[in-house]
Write a protein that binds this ligand. Structure first.
Ligand SMILES: [Zn+2]
Length: 474
């Protein structure tokens, strides 16, 4: 089982109903005693399979299994005089959920894991697990009537950092009519100071997991990366937030003129961040990025055909103008939220993690997983960037994430994918029960509608806002 932080089962199941006829005891049915029930069985089962005939079944050997509907199941259950038959229900994991976090972790062992990956580690812990079994016993008169569920006591379960309630709230928002035009959306919610992934969902879980950039190279983060550039420049004492720079419109569509760094962040000026990037320099920027977990696997999930992306680091030739504004690179949503969370979390990078414990059937902890952390930026740097993020939502590109009475800081991002569609991002921070959280909303491959340019500000930010509202609903 894969459980959330409160011990709730994270799977979605479909009920499957089965009728089993054990031919030998079934052939012992006495016509006088059970004819009526046998005729009823015949009639009910013909609804499932027109060729069903109990006299034919009696000529068989061994057990015969019939997948039946719920209504057939309920009717057959009432036929309790017939010898040699029984029914059972089992929970089949919804295959549509294959790429959800719990779905992926439930498949451990089905794909060959890469040595020393986290998946390999989990496999070694769980490989002796057995599937739940149901035992059926024949009584003296050959009627099956005793059913017992026997789940192996020694089975180990995975406990995740996920809170199912939060997952469900995010899913509620993503399935709203107003967002029906988005085929897929990825959302990750982190508890800032612990690195616990409290929610990680995508609108369509049948897609290869976009939050982890599975089976791909990740996505260009665009302007949400400016938060990393800003923090790095502050940390290296290249600037203070009141410093001004001039946007000549070299990269921006129109010249923004002279702005403070804080205002450049608020309106997301590319020219000014390009200048700042050049002042930081390539090697310094790369060093900070690596310490922030970029271009490396966060969860280290690796199997033969299911790899979390490494991302792609910009080359020196790509130029700091591009690097500083999140271009010429790719990241997974999980990588970039981890990196920016360090800026938000008083400068401390905490590697996001998903599996907190392996527990036994009595919920006793057998193994606990710890994450790593490293101080990257000063508290002052963190405070300055957080203030800048508040301005983005108050009066900048992120106004559509604003909610009266709730303090939200954030940053928008838009980037162009290889097929000329837009990736939209909104990365922000807010409190849940007094504790700081960081959340990322990501919409891949958006097509621009006529007359309206799509970007993080008018697509991902409203979803962010609605999720915060949903979480705050009592
Ligand atoms: Zn500009």
């Amino acid at each position: 089982m894969v459980l959330d932080s409160k011990g709730k089962d994270l799977f979605k199941y479909n009920k499957e109903y089965v009728l089993v006829i054990d031919a030998k005891p079934f052939s012992l049915n006495n016509y006088e005693e059970t004819l009526e029930d046998l005729m009823a069985l015949n009639f009910i089962m013909k609804g499932e399979n027109i060729d069903f005939n109990y006299t034919d079944v009696m000529k068989n050997k061994g057990k015969l299994y019939y997948k039946i509907s719920e209504s057939t199941f309920n009717k057959i259950k009432r036929l309790n005089n017939i010898k040699g038959i029984y029914t059972y229900v089992y929970d089949k994991v919804d295959k549509k959920e294959a790429w959800s976090t719990s779905g992926m972790l439930s498949n451990i062992g089905q794909n060959k894991s890469v040595k020393d990956s986290f998946e390999d580690k989990l496999y070694n812990e769980l490989k002796n697990n057995e599937s739940p079994k149901k035992n059926f016993y024949l009584d003296d008169s050959a009627v099956y009537n005793h059913e017992e569920v026997d789940i192996k006591k020694e089975n180990k379960n995975l406990k995740l950092t996920i809170d199912k309630e939060l997952d469900d709230k995010v899913r509620n928002v993503l399935s709203k009519e107003e967002f029906s035009k988005y085929k897929n959306v990825g959302v990750i919610l982190l508890e800032s100071n612990t690195g616990k992934i409290r929610s990680m969902v995508q609108k369509d879980e049948s897609y290869a997991n976009i939050n982890l950039g599975i089976e791909g190279q990740g996505f260009e983060p665009g302007s949400i990366f400016k938060l990393v550039t800003y923090a790095t420049a502050l940390e290296k004492a290249i600037l203070s937030p009141q410093n001004t720079y001039v946007c000549t419109g070299a990269v921006c569509k129109s010249a923004h003129g002279r702005l403070t760094v804080n205002d450049a962040l608020t309106i997301s000026c590319n020219d000014i961040f390009g200048i700042i990037g050049n002042e930081i320099g390539y090697q310094s920027m790369v060093d900070y990025c690596k310490r922030l977990g970029l271009y490396d696997r966060v969860l280290n999930l690796q199997t033969e055909n299911k790899n979390e992306t490494l991302g792609v680091m910009p080359k020196e030739d790509d130029g700091m103008n591009n690097f500083a504004i999140g271009q010429c690179m790719t990241v997974s949503p999980l990588q970039i939220i981890g990196a920016v969370n360090a800026v938000i979390n008083n400068g401390i990078y905490v590697k996001p993690y998903l599996v907190s414990e392996i527990i036994d059937s009595n919920e006793k902890t057998l193994k606990e997983f710890k994450t790593t952390s490293e101080k990257i930026f000063s508290k002052t740097t963190s405070e300055i960037v957080r203030d800048g993020m508040k301005d983005v939502v108050k009066k900048g590109t992120g106004v559509q994430a604003k909610i009266e009475g709730i303090e939200i800081g954030g940053k928008t991002g838009s980037s162009t994918s290889s097929d000329y569609t837009t990736h939209s991002w909104f990365l922000g921070t807010f409190n849940i029960n007094g504790s700081t959280h960081t959340m990322l909303v990501f919409i891949p491959n958006l097509k621009s509608e006529k007359g309206e340019e799509v970007g993080g500000g008018n697509t991902a930010a409203p979803i962010f806002r609605e999720i915060v509202k949903e979480i705050n609903k009592k």
